[in-house]
Write a protein that binds this ligand. Structure first.
Ligand SMILES: [Zn+2]
Length: 171
């Protein structure tokens, strides 16, 4: 796996959507249900721990039929990357109000297990993205973050502005 340390302070804009194929007209559609805003990865992790997403019906934009979402998707809006897509398991979900809540708790916990399992995959994708879009990525960093990265790589640099750094092309 790639060394992800330089990316831990990178900002992500993660949104959450439900996805479903309409049971009536078979249109595949998504409905955004939550926006975490722009956060650093570590802050995002924290916020994800505190945030619950209730599973609710979504309406097909084409024929207006109500559908149960089939999967929940986490998207990084800044890079247009799907971080994870997880199928929603409806086994025994709607028996009573209480078991419904319990099931939600379970699903909630499972979500983080899945996210953690997919973390490596995400960072691999992210690293691929970073290599191709390195200049964009550098533009998202602060001067001190770049200096820190130089220090970690034992590269001596007298550059003191982002401009000077970005013309070095050494990454
Ligand atoms: Zn439809």
């Amino acid at each position: 796996m790639a060394d992800i340390r330089p990316f831990l302070d990178v900002k992500l804009h993660v949104t959450v959507s439900f996805k479903s194929r309409c049971k009536n007209c078979k249109t595949l559609f998504k409905k955004k249900i939550y926006d975490y805003g722009i956060l650093k990865y570590k802050e995002l992790e924290q916020k994800m721990d505190e945030t619950k997403h209730a599973i609710k019906q979504i309406i097909c934009p084409k024929c207006e039929t109500e559908n149960s979402p089939e999967s929940i998707i986490y998207i990084d809006e800044l890079r247009n990357l799907t971080i994870t897509e997880t199928e929603i398991n409806y086994g025994n979900l709607y028996s009573t109000e209480d078991t419904n809540k319990m099931k939600m708790e379970e699903e909630h916990k499972k979500r983080f297990e899945i996210f953690n399992k997919k973390e490596e995959e995400f960072w691999e994708q992210y690293t691929d993205y970073a290599i191709v879009n390195w200049r964009d990525l550098i533009n998202e960093l602060n001067d001190f973050e770049i200096k820190e990265a130089f220090e970690k790589m034992n590269i001596n640099s007298n550059a003191n502005t982002l401009n000077k750094l970005s013309i070095l092309h050494i990454f």
